[in-house]
Design a protein around this ligand. Structure first.
Ligand SMILES: Cc1ncc(COP(=O)(O)O)c(C=O)c1O
Length: 370
């Protein structure tokens, strides 16, 4: 048996036929960018996430850039972000002309803590913080960090690229954020048929500015009130996601079962499976285990030998990337992000993975000898 790390083509019965028929309609009607289907998707995802304002855009990276600008981040502003995230979080800060400062994450929760945020704010006096939620979880101290930043007048933009549908204490994580973003890259929990992203906002003025920014700063057809981007959501992507959204809960249920099966049934002392913190309802984006940095290379070879896909999300800290040197304003590092980068391992996890595939992974991993 061969089990890929991810297989995004396990569509529900009828899904492929429905979306291709919708694509044919769009071509016939000349709806390629924007149009009614984009509005339909934005309303559907707004309701799903229980947010006040939701906008579609071209990808999850643009979503962060537009969100930073819409929330009020300007040239040369200091922006804090976790040292463990995807490069897009760092990149976005630089692309809006602001200066990224990385702060370390916890070895236990792999996310920012209130203490690390306090340390960053005291040392660097930022205008904003990008609070990142990884692995289909929520940063455990989200509420405390939101409250503390409000008190200190620090804007919080939440990078929820991996966190669609995640709940924190029974409520929509992204829906409760002041400003949050997501990615609808095809491999995400809610994936489009190409690149796409979303911005979720609590405030009308921020939403109005974001809508202008992602469409060339347009305030009228040929009136440009701001320097923005072309980051409009394509009609196919929106149509694909209107359909995908109808199946999202079933897809998530299936992913969550895989994560749970690994946590309950893999009993190999070489791997320590992590679960989301208390109060966090995961979306099953990734299974997360930690190993010692010394044992991981042999385990990876073992998985390759047995045709089992794997991930190391992410294998490097942001401040250690070659591209960071020219832009980073400062960092607080306790070595945790670097350690996580060498220790993390993700096993196959995707919607509609079969029971046989899960059994094969569980049995094979249990038989690994470090
Ligand atoms: C945490 C995080 N932020 C931002 C992004 C960027 O999203 P996109 O690839 O849609 O630009 C991703 C996507 O991989 C991500 O995982």
């Amino acid at each position: 048996m061969k089990v890929p790390f991810i297989d995004i083509l396990r569509y529900e019965n009828g899904f492929y036929e429905t979306v291709t028929a919708k694509a044919a309609e769009l071509i016939k009607n000349g709806h390629f960018v924007g149009g009614p289907v984009v509005g339909q998707f934005e309303a559907a995802i707004r309701d799903y996430t229980k947010t006040h304002f939701a906008l579609g855009c071209a990808n999850g990276t643009d979503a962060i850039q537009v969100a930073l600008r819409a929330a009020g981040v300007e040239k040369n502003d200091v922006v804090l972000l976790p040292d463990m995230t995807f490069w897009a979080t760092f990149e976005s800060v630089v692309n809006v002309g602001a200066v990224p400062y990385t702060i370390d994450v916890s070895r236990e929760t792999l996310h920012l803590t209130l203490a690390s945020v306090k340390e960053g704010i005291e040392k660097f006096h930022p205008k904003a913080l990008i609070l990142v939620h990884l692995y289909g979880w929520a940063c455990p101290e989200t509420t405390e960090i939101r409250n503390y930043c409000r008190e200190k007048n620090v804007l919080v933009i939440e990078d929820g690229a991996q966190a669609i549908a995640v709940k924190l204490n029974g409520e929509s994580l992204l829906g409760k954020a002041q400003v949050a973003t997501t990615s609808f890259y095809p491999a995400k929990v809610l994936g489009a048929s190409g690149d796409a992203g979303g911005i979720f906002m609590a405030d009308q003025a921020v939403a109005d500015k974001a809508r202008i920014l992602l469409n060339h700063g347009r305030t009228g057809h040929y009136d440009h009130g701001l320097i923005g981007w072309n980051s409009r959501l394509g009609a196919y992507e929106a149509a694909f996601m209107v359909e995908a959204l109808k199946h999202l809960d079933a897809r998530i249920e299936s992913r969550r079962k895989v994560c749970l099966a690994y946590r309950e049934r893999i009993r190999n002392p070489a791997l320590k499976f992590l679960a989301p913190a208390a109060g966090v309802w995961e979306n099953g984006y990734l299974s997360v285990a930690l190993m010692t940095p010394e044992s991981r290379p042999a385990f990876i070879e073992y998985l390759k030998k047995h045709d089992i896909g794997y991930g190391t999300v992410y294998p490097g800290a942001m401040s250690a990337q070659p591209g960071a040197d020219a832009h980073i304003g400062g960092k607080i590092s306790h070595g945790h992000a670097e350690w996580i980068a060498k220790s993390i391992i993700n096993l196959p996890c995707f919607a509609y993975m079969t029971a046989e595939e899960v059994d094969f992974v569980v049995t094979t991993v249990n038989a690994f000898k470090a």
